[in-house]
Write a protein of this length. Structure first.
Length: 312
């Protein structure tokens, strides 16, 4: 099961566990701790584990209170006097004991209710965010599935490189986010060197411009050509921005995770466009080669023409 699918299912299951009382609360809280682990929120992992311990203790105490409150009932004793003029009062019995049990139970119930409400709201927020994210990621994965086979014909290690980028984004370390951006830049440079090699040494760093030059004459639609150019320009600006941040040695110069994700997203969009054009060009070239081969084969199979008689 993919990570985003597991997050959606687990968060939805936690909400059902709470609303339908399918599991004891301390078990639900342990599931919330596991959900936090998937989301890479270490503080919540520990928090929900602590809540689970207290929830189980409080529930045990509440169950014990039910027995104690029964035991603290006043005995059914009738007090009377043989003197009709004497008023006899019974003692207060166990009222103070029952009051103490009730007050302590109310506090524990309030604590458990708080755990339940906060956990439900946490699961609901995660579900709403990742349910949409799951749809977006499905579209993203379809784009990658279409691109990857074509790209692997050029670079056999494509799958490894793309997986490395994804894993860096899942990390909580800003250094890994920087590496994801650097990997995108390296992949684009390699593609540019293949599709439109630099003519001079100074062109080596102008990989975005070389990619635009490769794409531009191959797109007939003016509108699509402008849109593709916008993709390239946006990607160039984002890569340069994040790479400039990382030139300094301080950790303040590390890109935010959202910025790294934007670079990866635009990189995939650009590569998808490049690979579609490359695939079309490759298909066209192979079709021309096939037609040429068939034409030559046809010539080879033609019967010899009769020799014209010599003129007298």
């Amino acid at each position: 099961m993919k990570r985003n699918e597991e997050i959606v299912q687990l968060s939805h299951g936690i909400m059902l566990d709470i609303t339908d009382s399918r599991l004891p609360l301390h078990n639900v809280l342990l599931k919330a701790s596991r959900l936090s682990l998937l989301l890479d929120i270490p503080k919540n992992v520990e928090l929900f584990q602590t809540w689970a311990k207290y929830a189980e203790q409080n529930q045990f105490a509440l169950d014990a209170y039910r027995d104690n409150i029964s035991s603290a009932k006043d005995p059914n004793v009738s007090v009377s006097s043989s003197n009709p003029n004497q008023y006899v009062m019974s003692n207060h019995g166990n009222i103070m004991e029952r009051s103490g049990i009730r007050n302590d139970a109310q506090k524990r119930v309030a604590t458990i209710s708080g755990y339940r409400t906060l956990t439900y709201n946490f699961a609901l927020g995660v579900y709403n965010k990742w349910q949409f994210g799951s749809t977006a990621q499905t579209i993203f994965e379809k784009k990658r599935a279409r691109v990857e086979p074509v790209l692997e014909r050029i670079f056999p290690d494509t799958s490894q490189r793309l997986n490395s980028i994804d894993q860096n984004l899942l990390s909580s370390n800003s250094e890994d986010w920087k590496n994801a951006v650097a990997s995108c830049r390296a992949l684009l440079m390699d593609i540019a060197d293949l599709l439109n090699p630099p003519k001079e040494a100074s062109d080596k760093g102008k990989y975005i411009n070389r990619l635009k030059d490769y794409v531009s004459p191959k797109i007939a639609s003016t509108t699509k050509k402008k849109l593709t150019k916008t993709y390239f320009d946006e990607l160039k600006a984002r890569i340069e921005y994040t790479m400039d941040l990382t030139q300094s040695g301080s950790h303040q110069g590390r890109p935010l995770k959202e910025e790294a994700e934007d670079v990866v997203l635009h990189t995939y969009l650009v590569i998808a466009e490049l690979m579609q054009i490359y695939a079309d060009e490759d298909k066209k070239e192979r079709t021309e080669q096939l037609l040429k081969a068939l034409e030559e084969q046809k010539k080879d199979n033609e019967p010899p023409k009769p020799v014209k008689p010599k003129e007298k």
